[in-house]
Design a protein around this ligand. Structure first.
Ligand code: PLP
Length: 376
């Protein structure tokens, strides 16, 4: 008996737990995958279509096009917006690299704007100063799950005739003025990588849009740009979604809302608990619902904090330790330390606590106690 208790107390808390939250769906998922194996319709097909219409509905959009990753979603959204060589795309240096890969894939030039220190999303005050005659699109990133200032961005995009493409890969379930992210831009791009707020059992992504012409083009582009079989309209891609992933996502989607609520509850209890500590605790801007993909704290001594938590079996991570303007892959843009001070500060001080929906009360208390003990 005593042994069991001890084991629970010392068992490690992984940074992401993708197993607990959907354990109750395992039977349904397995039997659906079995059906797909029997009918051998492995790519696109009815499972993917069913997920696409459910996800369009969930994001309040007319069309959803399922693809094989969030990176592919961003790539196709830029092509559909007509972005190519000689164009500039405005985005942030504090994001996952995929936002930037997509800009590079279409041979456009990324133009960075720093993040806002309150929300860690694009500082809308600085956007217009970076717009030139070559600017074609703006990609805000709803970093950690908090929506960027979408209404202001819509105004700016409209005033300058730019495409607004949302990188919503971390923000399934987030809203701005009650409206789901992904539905504000010309396109909204999502990733269903296993650790995301809605995760597949492998790689997957999607683009949502209210523009029927763009949706049709995206559907062709992901499937070798075929309008009909063996008729190629332009340079195409094999970015199709697997039936397995469509099936898993369709089964999991009805639970997304519940999982986001759990993330919000964990985030709120962390925020209350850590408010009095000498840490920068994440804030939620007015009129936004944060989807809490990540719970990120800032402290200049994060290395010691992370080691302290690690010693107690609590896994943490950093999102992200090096901003993209200081990465070798973007050295040709000629940026230096000091160019984007808010991004650099977040990169230097950030660490992320576990916030998976499956996290138990006991695990949450252990994480909270450990951080309080550190500052004792
Ligand atoms: C995960 C992620 C992506 C890329 O998604 P993949 O499915 O891994 O290709 C893009 N942007 C951001 C902000 C992400 O977090």
């Amino acid at each position: 008996m005593r042994n069991t208790v001890k084991q629970i107390e010392t068992s490690a808390i992984p940074f992401v737990d993708v197993k607990t939250q959907d354990a109750h769906l395992r039977g349904e998922i397995l039997s659906t995958l079995q059906e797909i194996i029997e009918n051998t319709s492995f790519v696109l097909g009815p499972q993917v279509e069913a997920f696409e219409s459910a996800f369009a509905h969930a994001t309040g959009t007319m069309h959803c096009v399922g693809v094989n990753s969030g990176t592919s979603a961003l790539h196709l959204a830029l092509i559909a917006a007509g972005v190519g060589a000689g164009h500039e795309v405005i985005t942030v240096p504090m994001t996952f690299a995929a936002t930037l890969w997509a800009i590079r894939y279409v041979n456009a030039k990324p133009v960075f704007v720093d993040i806002d220190p309150g929300t860690y999303t694009i500082d809308v005050e600085q956007v217009e100063a970076r717009i030139t005659l070559r600017t074609k699109a703006i990609i805000p990133v709803h970093l950690y799950g908090q929506p960027a200032d979408l209404v202001t961005l819509q105004e700016i995009a409209e005033r300058h005739g730019l495409a607004l493409i949302e990188d919503a890969a971390q923000a399934h379930g987030a809203t701005y003025h009650g409206k789901p992210v992904g539905s504000f831009g010309q396109c909204g791009c999502f990733s269903f990588y296993p650790g995301k707020n809605l995760g597949a059992y492998g790689e997957a992504g999607a683009i949502v849009t209210n523009n029927t012409r763009i949706a049709q083009r995206l559907r062709a582009l992901r499937d070798h740009a075929q309008s009909q079989r063996y008729h190629y309209q332009e340079l195409g891609f094999n970015y199709r979604m697997d039936a397995f992933q469509g099936a898993v996502l369709a089964i999991k989607l009805p639970y997304l809302e519940e999982w986001i609520e759990q993330r919000c509850r964990i985030a709120n209890s962390y925020r209350l608990l850590f408010e009095a500590l000498p840490l920068i605790v994440p804030q939620v801007a007015p009129n936004r619902r944060h989807a809490w993909h990540l719970f990120v704290l800032l402290h200049p001594g994060r290395l010691r904090i992370r080691q302290f938590l690690e010693a107690r079996g609590i896994q943490t991570r950093m999102h992200y330790p090096i901003p993209l303007h200081l990465q070798k892959a973007f050295a040709d843009l000629g940026h230096r330390p000091g160019d984007f001070p808010v991004s650099e500060r977040v990169a230097n001080e950030c660490f992320s606590l576990p916030i998976s929906p499956g996290l138990t009360q006991e695990q949450q208390s252990r994480i909270g106690d450990a951080l309080l003990d550190f500052f004792d």
